[in-house]
Design a protein around this ligand. Structure first.
Ligand SMILES: Cc1cc2nc3c(=O)[nH]c(=O)nc-3n(C[C@H](O)[C@H](O)[C@H](O)COP(=O)(O)OP(=O)(O)OC[C@H]3O[C@@H](n4cnc5c(N)ncnc54)[C@H](O)[C@@H]3O)c2cc1C
Ligand code: FES
Length: 256
């Protein structure tokens, strides 16, 4: 884990509401693993008090890293106002990444809902390096919210039917899964909790390995504040920390 001050190298509006902010960090670019996150602040003082966690969206030439976000509150509003040359304070890489060493995995199915697309480009490139075939299912409210860059073999679903399948991305995946299921398949999901619940249920119905990445509220980001409990699916009152044991979990082990 590294804390450093990084220079913003570019900002871009990739949809009407979604920003990509790139910054230079050779050390994070060289060490980040898919599913890990960075905890970021670009403000001084105590308002907002906490850093904000983001998946790493892209890594470029082992030197540049980007994050992807919508403005939803104070922290993202400040980050959305960043300009090239500004400085941000970044801690990372944080958290437990996706496990890419699954026995016999030949095909990976990546499922992203909304801004849950964020960790998928890095995951895609690492899976391809391991010669794993990648199919991606992307869901959004409507066409204008889809962010399809850096993804492989893409199928899309929109809630309003403005692009691709009319319905949820998990419903689309369930329809197409039989065609993908000829080789050992593993599912990798990131998105809102209802989507992750649906994906976990589909995986357990079909007996397919599934890892999901959570994006719930967080504090410190590295196991100190106890502010990110995730309940285990043991039936007992047992919890792990999202920032440390997660944000990626085997879908059978936790309650979403
Ligand atoms: C591991 C991890 C990775 C993440 N990756 C991304 C990413 O790549 N792109 C991205 O856009 N967001 C991501 N998030 C969520 C992001 O951190 C929050 O949206 C952000 O902290 C909001 O900060 P804010 O100050 O703008 O909003 P706040 O003022 O803190 O909150 C604004 C509103 O959003 C709600 N909210 C805040 N945080 C979350 C959250 N984590 N989940 C759901 N609702 C929340 C609040 O309840 C409130 O209603 C990630 C979160 C985690 C834990
Ligand atoms: S965010 Fe502080 S312990 Fe997880």
């Amino acid at each position: 884990m590294i804390q450093e001050t990084c220079q913003v190298t570019g900002t871009e509006l990739v949809t009407e509401e979604t920003f990509v902010v790139s910054f230079e960090s050779k050390r994070i670019a060289e060490t980040i693993q898919p599913g890990q996150f960075v905890n970021v602040r670009s403000w001084f003082g105590s308002d907002p008090l906490l850093r904000r966690p983001f998946s790493v969206y892209t890594v470029d030439r082992d030197r540049f890293v980007s994050i992807l976000f919508n403005v939803v509150g104070k922290g993202t509003r400040i980050l959305g106002g960043l300009r090239k040359g500004d400085l941000i304070d970044v801690i990372g890489p944080l958290g437990t990444p996706f496990n890419l060493n699954l026995n016999g995995m030949k095909t990976a199915v990546l499922v992203g809902g909304g801004l849950g697309v964020a960790p998928l480009p890095v995951l895609t490139s690492r899976l391809k390096e391991k010669n794993v075939r990648v199919h991606t299912y992307l869901g959004a409210r409507s066409k204008s919210q889809l962010i399809p860059s850096f993804l492989e073999n893409l199928s899309v679903a929109t809630d309003d039917g403005s692009s691709g399948f009319h319905g949820t991305v998990v419903d689309l995946l369930e329809r197409e899964l039989p065609e993908l299921d000829q080789t050992p398949v593993a599912l990798f999901g990131c998105g809102p909790n209802p989507m992750l619940r649906g994906l976990s249920a589909l995986a357990s119905k079909k007996g397919i390995a599934c890892q999901i990445s959570l994006e719930g509220p967080m504090g410190c980001g590295f196991g100190i504040c106890q502010g990110c409990p995730v309940r285990l699916s043991t039936g007992a009152e047992e919890y792990v920390l999202m920032c440390r044991e997660g944000p990626v979990f085997d879908s059978t082990l936790i309650e979403v």
